[in-house]
Design a protein around this ligand. Structure first.
Ligand code: ADP
Ligand code: MG
Ligand code: ZN
Length: 657
């Protein structure tokens, strides 16, 4: 794969801050291996250089102090005069700013330079220095005492003086400045033009990834084919007045091929590909994230037709509402800029924004509004068939022993993502090399899987055989009850591929929007929810914890029926909970135990819930028991195929479409 994604696909709860820098454009551009993105604390390095500058300044003043100025601490002028009167000072050197008195009469021959003529060069000599006061009697005093005196023009020392007090410090500053700039430059280009930094976001052209490189996510591919078609011939859509999606959100767990799909779209359509990770926006200086968004879109507009892929959208797109602690200004600015840019361009320009996230639930609702990421494509973990295809794709360049059966490998890797499978193939190849084999054998695969499973079991759920079987019956139970319940939404998909915390799932699709539900509709829902547990009980004679979530939902419905909808025998037509100011109970933020009825009523509600659920349980169990063979067929088929779509399900239970 030419995808150089370096993230750990198994890291479920990635935090943008520790995902580290990504270098999406490794080989791109003529920039010597591609620009590195900043991974630095800007203030850290500034502090660093400030310390250096401080040291420099202190050093320079010390230097000045020691070599350029006072030889001795200056003495008072009166003292100086006294030393002359007493005959201690034999010679006085006068400059504009100070007089220096020497205890020897001989003028040194070396130089007039106060720097070089240090007191140390003529050992026994004492040197006194004073700041002169305008004193007419001073010259006379020196004449009287036979002190030789002479003025020293500072001319002689100018060059050195200038070098020491000006050139050197300036040179040092320039050196430090360049040093700092270079460091910053390495980390993100020129600091001063960080906003329009061309080096960081680079479009990739000529992408080799195709849809055939992606397997097991057929539904997502089907949806994206349309995007490709639009990018290829936008005019077709514009002519007919159709609306083209602007943003498509790829939703799915890590490692399922979201990045790969986005690249494949660009590859298939033959357009440029901009990839940026949400985390990269936020890690930067304040204000830079927004600037980068602006720059990204500016570049994209220049390209006319291209894909912008924003990985980890949740890093910038987290809901602003939930931001209790004042929030992250930087992220908000970036998000706002993104929203502005997305609204600002005409879809006819041929720019399509793809984004990926595994947390669609935390996204700011503003991002999901029409005209933004209004289309969501689910990129889920692959089923049995999908896994086999992915294994085939990835083992193409690998030399396999003839006995290797990828179908078997696929069968024992339930719950693995595409990235996990790619990893297994690679791992198996490495094991073969280590074992000194020329071809990758089945045992290499087995060992590779074992290794991966151990790591996976902590993070995602990999079901054991018995768990899988129970899950299959559980889901078959839900589906079957749904099929027998009048007015229930038809079953769209049954799966025993773990998703999030659920071991499996049964998807029902409403035929039409529902605004009201009848009492029997609600009871039907309870039946379907109970169906899973009943099926489990029927085959194992036991209850498992797997149905806890179903029970919560069923109980909730039952309670609402009694307290909110007035559907119990005693409180027919009475709503027991207050509905506030007309706000539906679900949207109101109420305290936990808000109850507006008597203790005895509460007891009745509890008992009524229990009675209602029990009644439905018995009823549903009877229904299911009458179709035990169907339940078995369905569960076995699920164990074999892992997912069943609507058509397969209908065929299995002999229901006409
Ligand atoms: P995501 O972006 O969803 O986290 P990636 O697209 O980065 O996942 O997948 C990482 C790698 O795993 C891909 O480069 C590819 O090698 C492999 N991979 C993941 N899903 C698939 C798939 N459906 N088909 C083929 N390879 C896949
Ligand atoms: Mg990715
Ligand atoms: Zn269930």
């Amino acid at each position: 794969m030419d995808d150089n994604n370096s993230e750990d696909p198994r890291n479920e709860n990635r935090q943008p801050n520790n995902s580290g820098p990504q270098f999406p454009f490794g080989g791109g551009g003529g920039n010597g291996g591609g620009p590195k993105l900043p991974d630095f604390k800007p203030f850290g390095s500034w502090k660093f250089s400030i310390i250096y500058i401080l040291i420099l300044i202190i050093g320079l003043s010390l230097f000045n102090y020691v070599f350029l100025s006072k030889v001795n601490p200056t003495i008072d002028f009166s003292e100086f005069k006294a030393l002359i009167s007493s005959g201690d000072i034999k010679r006085v050197e006068m400059t504009d700013s100070y007089f220096t008195g020497y205890t020897t009469a001989d003028k040194p021959q070396v130089s007039q330079n106060p720097i070089i003529k240090s007191p140390y060069s003529q050992a026994p000599e004492s040197v006194y220095r004073t700041v002169p006061i305008n004193d007419d009697s001073f010259i006379k005093l020196m004449d009287d005492k036979n002190v030789s005196y002479y003025a020293v023009s500072r001319e002689g020392s100018t060059v050195l003086n200038i070098i020491f007090s000006w050139v050197l410090p300036i040179a040092f500053f320039i050196f430090i400045w360049r040093f700092v700039m270079k460091r910053l430059g390495n980390m993100g280009g020129n600091v001063l033009s960080v906003g329009q930094n061309r080096a960081v976001i680079v479009a990739e052209g000529d992408i080799k990834t195709r849809f055939t490189d992606v397997a097991g996510v057929d539904e997502a591919k089907d949806e994206l084919v349309e995007v490709v078609d639009f990018l290829k011939s936008p005019q077709k859509y514009i002519d007919i007045g159709g609306k083209i999606p602007r943003g498509v959100l790829l939703v799915g767990p890590p490692g399922t091929g979201k990045t790969l799909l986005a690249r494949a779209v660009a590859g298939e359509a033959g357009v440029s590909f901009f990839r940026i990770s949400g985390a990269e926006f936020v890690e930067m200086f304040v204000g830079v994230g927004a600037a980068r968004v602006r720059d990204l879109f500016k570049q994209a507009r220049e390209k006319k037709r291209c894909i912008i892929f924003i990985d980890e959208l949740d890093a910038i797109g987290k809901s602003r509402i939930n931001n209790i602690a004042g929030g992250n200004d930087e992220r908000e600015q970036t998000l706002n800029q993104l929203l502005v840019e997305m609204d600002g361009f005409d879809a006819a320009t041929g720019i399509i924004i793809l984004a990926a996230t595994n947390r669609p639930d935390v996204l700011d609702p503003a991002l999901l509004r029409p005209g933004r990421f209004d289309r969501q494509v689910l990129v889920d973990r692959p089923d049995l068939k999908g896994r086999e295809e992915i294994l085939k794709i990835h083992s193409k360049p690998v030399k396999l022993a003839p006995e290797v059966d990828l179908a078997i490998v696929a069968r024992i890797t339930s719950g693995f993502s595409g990235a996990d499978l790619a990893n297994i193939v690679n791992e198996a190849a490495l094991l073969a090399v280590r074992g000194g084999r020329k071809l990758v054998a089945q045992c290499d695969f087995d060992e590779a899987i074992e290794k991966t499973v151990a790591g996976l079991q902590k993070k995602t759920r990999v079901l054991k055989a018995e768990e899988r079987r129970l899950t299959a019956f559980h889901e078959a139970g839900h589906a079957l009850v749904a099929a027998f319940t009048k007015n229930a939404d038809p079953v769209q998909k049954i799966s025993i591929i773990p998703r999030g915390m659920a071991l499996g799932y049964t998807l029902q699709m409403p035929v039409e929007d529902r605004y009201t539900m009848t009492q029997s509709d609600l009871l039907g829902r309870i039946d379907i929810l109970l169906g899973g547990r009943i099926a489990e009980e029927m085959i194992s004679g036991e209850f498992s914890t797997g149905a806890a979530n179903d029970l919560t939902k069923a109980t909730d419905i039952a309670r609402k029926m009694i307290t909110d909808y007035g559907m119990s025998a005693r409180f027919r037509n009475v709503a027991l909970t207050s509905r506030g100011s007309g706000i539906p109970a679900a949207e109101r933020q109420e305290p936990m135990f808000q109850r507006e009825y008597a203790e005895t009523t509460q007891q009745y509600v509890d008992e009524e819930i229990a009675r209602m659920v029990e009644e439905e349980y018995a009823k549903t169990k009877e229904t299911l028991s009458g179709h035990k063979d169907l339940l078995n067929t369905l569960a076995e088929k699920l164990l074999e195929k892992e997912t069943l779509d609507e058509k397969e399900f209908r065929e299995l239970i002999g229901m006409a479409a």
